[in-house]
Structure formats: C-alpha cells, structure tokens
Design a protein around this ligand. Structure first.
Ligand SMILES: NC(=O)c1ccc[n+]([C@@H]2O[C@H](COP(=O)([O-])OP(=O)(O)OC[C@H]3O[C@@H](n4cnc5c(N)ncnc54)[C@H](O)[C@@H]3O)[C@@H](O)[C@H]2O)c1
Length: 290
C-alpha cells in the first residue's frame, strides 16, 4: 500500500460528512478545508449592528475572528462573547489601524481568508448644507476605509486565495434626499467591488458586496429617532419594502457568509441586494390597499 496523502484523505472524509458538519469545519469553506486550515476572518464595524451579526454568523461556522471597531467597550464585549475572537480597537479610516488588524490576524491565527467591511457612519446634508469636514468624514470611513482595509489585507488574501465582502447600501444604487456624502460613498464602494474584482481575479481573490435596504440596527434607530414622529417613520420605512418590513442584521449576515464561502466560488464583482424587494419596485407604485 502506498503512502496516504493526508490532505486528500481529509478532504475526502469531509466530503462524506453531512452538510451541516462539513460547513462548520470549513467555516463556510466547503470540501477543500481541513481542521488544520480553519478560515480566519477580519470583520470591521463588528461592535454592533450588521458587523456584529456577521461576526456571530462566521463564529458559528467555526471561523477565527479579528474584530475591528472604534467602539472600544463594544468591540471588547463582542470579542469576549465569541469563542475565538480578538478585538482590535481602531478606525478603518486609519491606515496604521487597518495594518494592525491584519497583522493581528496573521500573528494570532497565521492567515487571513475573509474580510467583511461593515464599518460605516451616516450623516446628513445636501450640496449646500454638507460642510467640507462632514464630506471628508463620511468619505474617509465609508469609502476610503474600504480601500484601506482592502489594501492592508490584499497580500494575505492573495496568499490564502481569500475574498472580501463590502457592505454597501441601496443608497449606492439610488439616492434619498439629504444624505449626499453617504450616498456618494456607497456608490464608490460598489465601484471598489467592481474594479477590485477585475484586478484580483488573476490572484485568486474574489470581491463582492451586499446592498442592504433598511435594517434594524443602532444606525437606523438613531436615524429614525431624529424625526418628530419616529414611529410613523418606522412604519413608512417598513411599508417601502415590498416584503412589508424592515430587515434584520442576521438576514444580511447570512448573505455575506454565503458570498465569503466556497459555495460562492464562481461569484465575483457582484453586489447582492438584501432589501426586501425595495429596489425592484417602481417608485410611487400604488398598492392594492390604496
Ligand atoms: N442599518 C441599515 O439600515 C443599513 C442599510 C444599508 C447599509 N448599511 C450599512 O451597513 C453597515 C453597518 O451598518 P449598521 O446599520 O450595522 O451601523 P451601526 O452604526 O449599527 O454599526 C456600525 C459599526 O461601525 C463602527 N464604526 C463606525 N466608524 C468606524 C470606523 N471609523 N472604524 C471602525 N469602525 C467604525 C461603529 O462603532 C459600529 O460598531 C454600514 O456600512 C452601513 O452604511 C446599513
């Protein structure tokens, strides 16, 4: 009998496991992953909202995690709740902080396979009322932050043939009034997905995004609270989505986990709307009830 190729043997064993167990071992990675090559994910904006849901979802798949956020208390708490997660306190708008987060992944876990970029801020104003400072702040976090985390991670991702998933927004596909800088940043993030996907395919790195509609997170609640009639705004927002409700962070995290997994191995340059049909509906369409 010849020598056993343990890599191949383990891959074959994994293929014979029931789907759920295989998925957990591979951290969403599918048949080629082995227990000794668990996936390592870097999740930005993971202290709360969608990023926190992504961290929980990937941890459930068995990923080892590095969580980056400016909210020191929040990110320490989040990391403490998950089995193998390290908190890095810092901003995606800071090149050094992004490099430190990637170095933490390599130092602690020896590799980096997935980047999920969720850090974001929403500020308000049109062309006249958006100050230069506000513009710079929003572009720095939402758009430049995406570029900086990608730039810091790209060598490690090329080495692991990993992937990135950027959290954009339906406001990257169309615009609401008075969120000029945010909408421009999200349009740019979708451009980053497209351009990076083309560049990185030859290096074996996939680049995708999600475009959520209204999702029940602290960001949305803070935004709705600015209104004089928050309950009314909440129900109008819900009704804007053909599915008839606001989405949950877990529902976005599920799609990000899929895009980051080997099940999506032929998908790159794609931005998946997770918007309850919002962008499918003709604006102003009357409903049956009306
Ligand atoms: N909630 C929605 O309805 C909605 C819809 C579409 C897109 N999005 C996008 O989803 C992403 C997550 O949004 P959310 O609703 O969970 O927001 P959230 O405010 O609930 O959470 C955002 C997280 O990002 C962190 N963060 C902010 N600035 C940062 C920085 N400079 N560096 C690192 N971390 C930073 C915050 O501390 C927070 O933990 C954002 O990019 C947002 O634009 C949200």
């Amino acid at each position: 009998m010849g020598m056993i190729d343990w890599e191949e043997y383990t891959a074959r064993q994994l293929m014979q496991l029931p789907g759920e167990r295989r998925k957990r071992i591979g951290c969403g990675g599918g048949m080629a992953m082995t227990t000794s090559a668990r996936r390592v994910a870097l999740v930005t904006g993971a202290a709360k909202g969608i990023g926190a849901a992504v961290a929980r979802r990937l941890a459930g798949d068995g990923c080892q995690l590095v969580l980056l956020d400016v909210d020191a208390a929040g990110i320490e708490q989040r990391a403490g709740e998950l089995p193998e997660a390290v908190a890095v306190i810092g901003s995606v708008a800071d090149e050094g902080d992004c490099e430190r987060a990637v170095a933490t992944a390599i130092g602690r876990f020896g590799r980096l396979d997935i980047v999920s970029h969720n850090a974001g801020i929403q500020r308000y104003g049109d062309t006249a009322t958006t100050s230069r400072a506000l513009w710079d702040e929003v572009i720095a976090v939402n758009l430049t932050g995406g570029f900086l985390i990608a730039k810091a991670a790209i060598a490690a991702l090329r080495a692991s043939r990993g992937n990135l998933v950027f959290t954009a927004s339906v406001q990257g596909l169309a615009a609401q009034r008075d969120v000029l800088a945010y909408s421009v940043a999200k349009h740019g993030l979708i451009g980053l997905v497209t351009a990076m996907a083309v560049d990185e395919a030859r290096h074996g790195v996939r680049v995708n995004g999600v475009a959520p509609g209204a999702i029940d997170t602290p960001m949305l609640r803070d935004s709705v609270a600015l209104s004089d009639t928050p309950e009314r705004v909440w129900s109008v927002l819900a009704a804007m989505h053909p599915i008839g409700r606001i989405g949950q962070p877990d529902e976005v995290a599920e799609v990000i986990a899929f895009l980051a997994s080997d099940n999506a191995r032929f998908i790159t340059g794609e931005v998946v709307r997770v918007d309850g049909g919002l962008m499918s509906q003709l604006p102003g369409s009357p409903t049956v009830e009306q």
